[in-house]
Design a protein around this ligand. Sequence first.
Ligand SMILES: [Zn+2]
Length: 451
Amino acid sequence: MLKTQGLFFGYGMNFLLIGIDSLRADRLGCYGYPRATSPFLDRMAEEGVCFDNFYAPGIPTQPSFTTLFTGQLPTTHGIVAHRGRWTLDVQAPFLPELLSRAGYSTVAVDNLADHHQGWFSRGFEQYINPREKGTFPSCHAFNAVAMEWLTQNRTKPFFMFVHYWDPHTPYMPDLKYRSLFYEGDPTTENEGSLAPFYKRPLMDWWSTRWLDVMATEWPEARGKQITDIEFVKAQYDSEVRCADEGVQQLMGYLDNAGLLDDTMVMVFGDHGEELGEHGIYFDHHGLYEGDIKVPLIVHLPITSAQGKRVIDLVQHSDLSPTVLDAAGLPRPESMDGRSILSLLEGGSREIQDQVLLTEECTWMAKWALKTERWKYIAARAPDFYGKPERELYDLHSDPGEQVNLWEEHREKAAELEIQLEELLWRRLEAAGRSEDPVLTHGITLGKKMFD
Ligand SMILES: [Zn+2]
């Protein structure tokens, strides 16, 4: 192993990746949120490295975690929708497989392989699913399994992946968290703020399984309809706080077991969540900042990596190359991502493309191109929510992406459309693809609602 400022890189370092589903960056204190949703993650960011521009190049869950484990962009691996019919090519690199071959113990505490697609179990010697189908147990249930595995099975360096679901709908935190950020009567305050939500196609499902159930448990709301959107947002925030405590518990275990100084920990979101912005309620549809900008906080016990904020554009595809780099293993050429280890150590890396190309076709068949200032969104199929085919936002003057400038700035829109299509087709051709995967795959979950 090579010693770098007190830390050993190479075989011998452990890795813990904690993916928190549906966690958007701007609901954490370390990203500027005023509520105390993340006291532990804030401290972790202060003592470690916090990435200000970490983005998902493909959403939602399946494309995002596939991007993470393959180190490939969606244009390369082709998984562009959740619960689609496509499977991952067996030739695609997969991080746990590479680590297992190199002698690591590999374990996942997750349900993706069982309930969605089998490739997520590739390379994991143990794949433990603590989640019954249709249920969303809290992070503490996942931690219990993870800590038991660490206690009983750890005989050599490990790679552990843990997937929390707390901030995913339905936001129904344990009772002790429900008043954390909300007081009052959610059936009378801010009346009408949820009216558009109750007109949405998904409302019946959410209402019977979620809000009506919560109304029976909230003393002020018993038997009535919840009408205050701030109540629902507060429950999302409470779920974030719960996940924060989950990370604290797992890191505390590593510390007590004497493992923390030999373990690199990465905490991140797979995609974000819309909380009513853009008329999208409590789900991850669309390519707005709330959906694609997620947190990345890294614990690396070296002095130069303490309290660092990184502004470089980093994507999920960069995490596997980073782990391989830290483990002293070569990065397969078929990975698109680049190691961010030098950024973690306080240095810089080769200039990367500062333009983000991102997609989804679970609910909306869309591509977006994001530059430092502009975001251009192009739909390949009619929008589930009736949004226009083309959207252009000036992120400097309108960071909330509320004013579509497509009509007003047609020249800029045309320029970005050309840039988007050129970048997209250059990447597809490099990956040996002759068709746009978003078009070929087609909308998956949203299609059911159209039909
Ligand atoms: Zn997800």
